[in-house]
Design a protein around this ligand. Sequence first.
Ligand SMILES: Nc1ncnc2c1ncn2[C@@H]1O[C@H](COP(=O)(O)OP(=O)(O)O)[C@@H](O)[C@H]1O
Ligand SMILES: [Mg+2]
Length: 382
Amino acid sequence: MIDRPPSPQDARQDRRVLWVTAATVAGSFGVAAAVQSTYIYGVIAPTWSGVQAWTRVATNLVTVAVFVLVLAVWRQHLRSSARDLVTGIVLSAAVCAIVRVLAQATLGVYPHLTRDTSIVEMATGFGVGVVSATFATWTMVSGRRLRAQAWTSQQLAVERALALRALEDEEVRVRRDVAEGLHASVQQRLVLAVAQVAQVGRRLRAGTAAPGDAELLDEVCATLDQVREQDVRGMSRLLYPDQLEVGLVPAVRALLRRVPSSVATRLDVEPAVREMDDPVTPALAPTEKLLAVRVVEEGIGNALRHGNPSRLTITLGLESGQLAIGVDDDGEGVPPNAQRSGTNRLAERLAVVGGTLELVGLDGAGTRLTGRVPVAGAEPGA
Ligand SMILES: Nc1ncnc2c1ncn2[C@@H]1O[C@H](COP(=O)(O)OP(=O)(O)O)[C@@H](O)[C@H]1O
Ligand SMILES: [Mg+2]
């Protein structure tokens, strides 16, 4: 659950709820008790009938006012720990009890206020104070909880919307890259190949085939082969990595096969990951595998582009229910003023599913990229 930072509006609302509830409950008790003593007990005990109803009501209302004042001075509406809240309740009830007896003595509610009567009145005042302050505090705390729940669900909705946005952005980026690839590379090469084939065709029809035409057709074949091998394959990998449907480990192996042979590669896979990646009983979701492959791609790409390494080590492990993907190289290491770009984009994608990405320089030389992808099918604590 996300904690909501308290705001001044919240404090004002809590204060209003607390004061109004405390005053209403205690005031109702006070007025009811005054009316009851005056009219009912007055009939039973004639000596009580001498006291006016307004004196009793005034006594109780003064007590209620002081009672609410104590809650205000103690700042009960700003307290949150159970100990502070209970202290506020006991304190306000104790003052309520004392003030009530003092007010009764001052306003002459009893002609002769005896010790026993004082004790009973004090106990009653204390009891009413505890009930009123507890009810008011409980109402205030319940309101706080409702507010926190509403805020949390609002936050979750915002997070979901942001996550969706990040995924959409990523999809737009991939579409743009594929569209650019199709337009800039595939289309241009094909336009050239079509023109060359058409030229040879025209010459063949006219019976003026040149000696170099066979080489020209060979060139066209080579171009088409390149388009197939580089552009079409590259774009299809952009959309979906090779071998991913077979499993994560085969997909990573396919990536490593594309690393130049001058760089030694090594893949370490923990048995737990191997088990989860078993094609017969796959426990990794396609999105989890895809993200893991994207981490390896980014790590290898960075190492080859920026690090000039001689060795690359990929590790696939399982830590606390997360797939841990490591790409280590022994290259030049991350320069201090490095501008993050690809790793930032990937980190955002991982964050959408609760994952992380870390790029660190290794002691000595080299770089380590570590990605973590939460795995839904992982045993807890695995
Ligand atoms: N394996 C690496 N070896 C050396 N430098 C690296 C490596 N990985 C990242 N860097 C540095 O960190 C920067 C940020 O990397 P990244 O966020 O992936 O952005 P880019 O799009 O430039 O690859 C790179 O420009 C590079 O300077
Ligand atoms: Mg990069």
